[in-house]
Design a protein around this ligand. Structure first.
Ligand code: AMP
Ligand code: ZN
Length: 135
C-alpha cells in the first residue's frame, strides 16, 4: 500500500525505533506511548484489521507479540503488560494497517481498564447463541 503510514515504516521510508523484524512481522515503538516501551506489532503484508488479515499473517503477529512481550517484561520490568488492538474507527482505530499494541504498565501510571457492565436477565445466553451460530 503506497500511502499507508505503517507500510512506509516497514519499507524504511519513515524514521522509526525498530524493535524486531522477521519474515512476516515488524515491530516498532509507538510514537505517542501510553508508557515508555509501548510497542506496535504489524504484519509486513498490508491488511487493514483483524477482519481482513490472513490467518497465517495473524499467527505470525501473535508469535511476535509473545516474543516482544517477554522482551519488554525483561528489559523494563513493568508491573504488567496490556495487549490491545483497535479494529475499525468505531473501536478507535486511526491507522488502517492492522497492529497490536504492547503496553507496559507501571505503578500509578494513571491508566485505567475499560468498565464492565452486567447482562440483563437471559441476555448473555442469547448473545452467546448468536455468536456461536455464525462460527
Ligand atoms: P490505533 O489505530 O488507534 O490503534 O492507534 C494508532 C497508533 O499508532 C497510535 O498509538 C499512534 O501513537 C501510533 N502512531 C501513529 N503514527 C506513528 C508513527 N509514525 N510511528 C509510530 N507510531 C505511530
Ligand atoms: Zn500498510
Amino acid at each position: 500500500m503506497p500511502d499507508c503510514l505503517f507500510c512506509k515504516i516497514i519499507r524504511g521510508e519513515l524514521p522509526t525505533n525498530k524493535i524486531y523484524e522477521d519474515e512476516k512481522t515488524f515491530a516498532f515503538l509507538d510514537i505517542n506511548p501510553v508508557n515508555p516501551g509501548h510497542t506496535l506489532v504489524v504484519p509486513k503484508k498490508h491488511a487493514v484489521d483483524v477482519f481482513e488479515i490472513d490467518e497465517e499473517e495473524w499467527n505470525a503477529v501473535m508469535g511476535a507479540v509473545k516474543k516482544i512481550s517477554l522482551a519488554v517484561e525483561k528489559a523494563l520490568q513493568p508491573t504488567g503488560i496490556n495487549l490491545g488492538m483497535n479494529n475499525k474507527s468505531g473501536a478507535g482505530q486511526v491507522v488502517f494497517h492492522a497492529h497490536v499494541h504492547i503496553m507496559p504498565r507501571f505503578q500509578n501510571d494513571g491508566h485505567e481498564l475499560w468498565k464492565g457492565k452486567p447482562y440483563g436477565a437471559g441476555e448473555a445466553a442469547k448473545i452467546a447463541e448468536k455468536i456461536r451460530g455464525v462460527i
